[in-house]
Design a binder for this molecule. Structure first.
Ligand code: PLP
Ligand code: ZN
Length: 365
């Protein structure tokens, strides 16, 4: 198993401390899991690591790092909609899937200190797993990040830097630190191990339902859930477990939609200069998505629909969900608002899985 540069094809040992290739390309992981088979799932492990047969992990570090992430229920919300309750997680968001695997990798290769930038949730996850693993952690978040998220990161004893300016600028500041101080970049966008964790969203869905729903809504900022979901679905397809790709529907913010714009002109990569307008969907407010080429390849190959969540209906969607007992954060309500808009535009869709990625208490501001 090696890293492969997504631009020049150079290979590198996965124990490298380099966040990317010398040519600037991001790493991909050259790893092919065995054919997916429920018989390989370790049903005595009550976390995402029950699927470790399909993860590129050597050693047993996961045992000391797992916080019991994953295994989130799927709830029948109404006749057509299933909700996967990914805010039932140790740090209350789906990012724990990726962070648990990434920090296990860090521990396995002897990393003792990391930095990470985030709109809040990924930083929360990395901070929590570093705390469990005994790894020092420094998190950069943009100004305006929900105070609840910042407090949680601090509670995990990570050092927090609140950076004035946009989410994208915050990433630049953190990446400068990586380049200048040689810090390990435990980042959900750059590090391919993160996607090996978000794959479990689909493994779990299959194990729980014994099938994959016809439609799957996925938030799309940097695309860590999109990439994990597509990778896992490809594995299920190749293994003959499912016969066709479900219809994937990716959700961007109306105020920050570089993928929507790229698809309109069939571009190979997103324009890397989108300046996000303020949005309450802070988690998908990414103007410079670093893996846009890879994600656009998936979008064209699998005819993924990319739509925007109507900004002025996010709070209404959040209240509709909450009035039925589901209290999610604003970015997550955007998924439901976008689903409703999609139905208005294209007619009602049945059998649709929507992720409840982040908990409501995180965005009470
Ligand atoms: C609650 C929530 N949903 C969706 C996303 C979007 O994830 P990504 O940027 O990986 O596409 C985030 C990212 O922080 C998030 O916190
Ligand atoms: Zn390269």
């Amino acid at each position: 198993m090696k890293y492969v540069c997504s631009i020049c094809g150079t290979t590198e040992d996965v124990a490298t401390r380099n966040a990317k290739c010398d040519c600037g390309g991001l790493w991909k992981l050259d790893y092919k899991p065995p054919a997916f088979d429920l018989a390989l799932v370790d049903r005595d492990t009550w976390s995402i690591f029950r699927y470790r047969a399909f993860m590129p992990l050597k050693g047993e570090q996961w045992r000391e790092i797992s916080l019991g992430e994953g295994m989130t229920p799927i709830v029948q919300f109404n006749k057509d909609v299933l909700l996967k309750m990914d805010y039932f997680m140790p740090t209350l968001s789906f990012k724990d899937r990726g962070a648990a695997v990434l920090i296990t990798h860090c521990k396995a290769i002897g990393v003792d200190s990391v930095v990470q930038d985030s709109s809040g949730n990924a930083g929360n996850s990395v901070a929590a797993y570093c705390a469990k693993a005994g790894i020092d952690c420094e998190i950069f978040v943009p100004e305006g990040t929900s105070p609840k998220k910042v407090n949680m990161i601090k509670a995990h004893k990570a050092h927090v830097n609140i950076v004035p300016g946009s989410r994208d600028h915050c990433a630049d500041v953190c990446r400068d630190k990586v380049a200048n101080d040689g810090k390990y970049y435990a980042n959900h966008v750059y590090n391919p191990f993160f996607y090996q964790g978000t794959k479990t969203y689909i493994y779990e869905t299959y194990e729980q339902l014994h099938r994959i729903p016809a439609h799957i809504v996925i938030p799309l900022g940097n695309g860590t859930l999109v990439i994990g979901i597509v990778k896992a679905l490809e594995e299920l397809l190749e293994s003959g477990v499912i016969e066709k790709m479900p219809q994937l529907i990716a959700v961007q913010s109306e105020h920050c939609d570089p993928f929507v714009k790229a698809v309109l002109v069939k571009a190979k990569r997103a324009a890397m200069n989108t300046t996000p307008q303020p949005t309450i969907a802070e988690g998908i407010s990414i103007g410079v998505p670093m893996r846009s080429e890879e994600i656009l390849q998936y979008i064209y190959k699998y005819d993924i629909k990319v739509i925007t969540a109507p900004e002025d209906r996010i709070l209404e969607a959040r209240m509709t969900l909450a009035a039925k007992g589901v209290y999610c954060e604003h970015t997550t309500a955007a998924n439901y608002a976008a689903y409703l808009k999609f139905c208005e535009m294209h007619g009602k869709i049945e059998d649709c899985l929507i992720p409840m990625c982040g908990a409501g208490l995180k965005s009470d501001h």
